[in-house]
Write a protein that binds this ligand. Sequence first.
Ligand SMILES: Cc1cc2nc3c(=O)[nH]c(=O)nc-3n(C[C@H](O)[C@H](O)[C@H](O)COP(=O)(O)OP(=O)(O)OC[C@H]3O[C@@H](n4cnc5c(N)ncnc54)[C@H](O)[C@@H]3O)c2cc1C
Length: 458
Amino acid sequence: MKATLTRRRLLKLLTAAGLGAPFATRVVADEADASIQSAPSPENIVVPVSPRDRYPAVLSRGRVIQPRRPLAVMHETDVLVVGGGPAGFAAAVAAARAGSKTALIERYGYLGGLWTGGLVLLVYPTHATEKGVRTKVVRGVGDELLERIARYPDAATNHAAGKPDPTTDPEITKLVMDQMVREADVTMIFHCWVADVVMDGNAVRGVVIESKAGRQAILSKVVVDASGDGDVFAAGGAEHEQRLHAVGLVHRLGNADRADLDALRAAGFKNLGEIEPQPSVRWINLRGPSTDGLDIAELSRLEIEHRRSIWQRMERIRQSSGGDKVFLLQTAPQIGVRITRLLAATRQLTEAEARSGVRPADTIAVGGTYGPGADNPGFAIPYGALVPKKLDNLIAAGRCIGVDTPMVEDMRLIATCLLTGHAAGVAAALAVEEGCRPRDVDILRLRQILLHQGAFLG
Ligand SMILES: Cc1cc2nc3c(=O)[nH]c(=O)nc-3n(C[C@H](O)[C@H](O)[C@H](O)COP(=O)(O)OP(=O)(O)OC[C@H]3O[C@@H](n4cnc5c(N)ncnc54)[C@H](O)[C@@H]3O)c2cc1C
């Protein structure tokens, strides 16, 4: 007869032999697990489930009808930041440091948005460069983040000789963002998707979220929309426009230091990526077709098409002289949507104003110099570019703020998103403190607090 040794029986035998406990410990725990704070408990615990009220959508005469239903409020806060990309991260840290009870919600399980999840690893422009004189414009929260990342070994490198803009390691970037959010006492809520807003007249009073726990609400005094796509201001009915832009899929080459890049370039592989802090890895930017980044059918098609073509190219690289050791390390978990919705703001930032070099009285940040050979003092970003024309209690930050077409490329870069996020967070906290609408905050005080938090206003 064939004897079967089950895991339970094996453990029993080992325990009887005095070997059970250490064996089991070695199986379930490694050093990383051991440092995680959680109540010691057996695995596979049964959680009692009480029947809840259910309000499923119903099919009624060929139409899907969602019934009215009450929503549980899972959290209440002063400032709620939606989206944990560079803008949302900076907004949350700045609002909390300015004294507001702050929560940050993010649909994925990490911070950084396209920077870390989209593997867009080069942070620029951190400086304005005019007539050879370089001025650092990313200061305050964004600068602190970059400096703290750079303290880790092999975490950041300058992307080109003589250029100050860093390329950062995505995992260390996520780690330091977690640390700063935690230190600022921000309530971090991952794994939930903002599906709608809670309105009170013309004012946003919170958001409706979807998660594994179902549909719930979060209430707040002010909301910062740092979703990148303007999901919150669109749901609130704010005037905006929608753009089509290139949607690519960034990916990474492994064993890049074991490849003969010159030979590969000579063989026709022009784009072999950008350097990373680890010499064995390079990230490859992919432009992709100009399309609607809000259309999930289109995004689904592109995910599949990009992965297929990246893989085919990788096979050709591996078959070429100098490329046999190279491998496809990773495609980005987040597809590269550059621009979708742009806010119609109370004060749209135009190229003419931006390039004039003037620093108006409502300047809340100065964007750096962008573009090959560009020489200018950077551009002032007015507070009004973050504020919707009519919708109240909402401030936009990041790549969805109100700018005209030529300014889109400057405004959407990571460094600039850190800046508009920082300003939005302080403005939100100030609106809460002053008990006023974000459009009515005292600009002088806003600038004072920003300066106090280390920002550069020109
Ligand atoms: C392919 C590509 C290459 C680029 N190259 C560079 C470069 O080299 N250097 C550079 O500086 N910039 C580059 N950029 C631009 C830059 O990465 C982004 O514009 C920047 O990250 C935008 O920051 P953000 O915080 O506004 O938005 P995002 O980075 O998009 O972050 C938004 C966050 O909100 C979350 N979110 C969205 N909707 C919801 C919702 N409804 N509910 C909950 N959470 C939500 C997202 O998951 C995400 O984490 C590139 C962009 C792309 C796509």
